[in-house]
Design a protein around this ligand. Structure first.
Ligand SMILES: CC(C)(COP(=O)(O)OP(=O)(O)OC[C@H]1O[C@@H](n2cnc3c(N)ncnc32)[C@H](O)[C@@H]1OP(=O)(O)O)[C@@H](O)C(=O)NCCC(=O)NCCS
Length: 191
């Protein structure tokens, strides 16, 4: 896929998509998505209050971390069709930056997660050196395909206490690679 991505006034543009950091005006759209069990498949479901708090954390994280999760917008419709970017996760005692992606059901199957992810990771490659991780449920075949297309490679399998699912951890060097990229915020504030 040709990247052909460019920045325009802080908005990353690809052939079919826009990506930018989240803003307060996105709250209603994201709360609605977080309350949709089809959108949150493979993740914890939210209620009205936790969905609102989750968006607060998204804004807080984006203010502190470059490439934090932000909306993917379909250029043809202007609609928010998902998000991609960085979140955080503690793995083996290390509070790491973790790359993620999630699309609305109607936007799946068109390569959008790969298109947005490749463009944003290319920008991360220009700005940061270190190692990024991503976490994928073993049964999530489509997401693993996206991870591989974004350049992530198998690291290990992992199981969290109290969760019967097995997850694959994959890593990708960012820029010249190096040590794990770390969450700069107190983890209890982000969740
Ligand atoms: C995972 C997700 C982001 C994939 O994004 P997408 O833009 O729809 O992905 P693509 O269209 O590029 O499809 C990825 C690949 O998976 C394949 N695929 C799609 N659905 C599949 C399925 N149900 N079973 C097996 N393969 C599937 C596609 O054929 C494609 O294969 P290819 O790489 O050989 O072309 C999207 O499906 C999604 O949001 N799912 C729910 C949330 C989620 O799982 N998020 C990730 C958590 S780690």
């Amino acid at each position: 896929m040709s990247l052909g991505a460019s920045w325009n006034d802080g908005v990353l543009e690809t052939e079919r998509l826009l990506w930018r950091p989240p803003v307060e005006a996105d709250r209603a759209a994201f709360v609605a998505l977080f309350l949709d069990p089809e959108f949150t498949v493979y993740a914890n479901p939210e209620d009205t209050s936790s969905a609102d708090e989750r968006f607060d954390r998204m804004l807080e994280f984006a203010a502190a971390v470059p490439f934090a999760k932000g909306p993917i917008i379909e250029r043809s419709s202007g609609a928010i069709v998902g998000y991609t970017g960085v979140w955080r996760e503690e793995l083996f005692g290390v509070d790491r930056l973790e790359w993620g992606w999630r699309l609305t059901p109607s936007a799946r199957g068109r390569g959008y997660a790969t298109e947005a992810g490749l463009a944003l990771l290319a920008e991360a490659d220009r700005q940061v050196d270190g190692e990024m991780v991503c976490i994928i449920d073993h049964t999530n075949v489509a997401s693993r395909r996206v991870a591989v297309k974004l350049g992530f490679e198998h690291w290990c399998d992992h199981r969290w206490d109290g969760d019967p699912n097995v997850y694959e951890l994959l890593t990708r060097p960012i820029g010249r690679g190096g040590a794990p990229l770390l969450n700069p915020l107190p983890s209890h504030r982000i969740g």
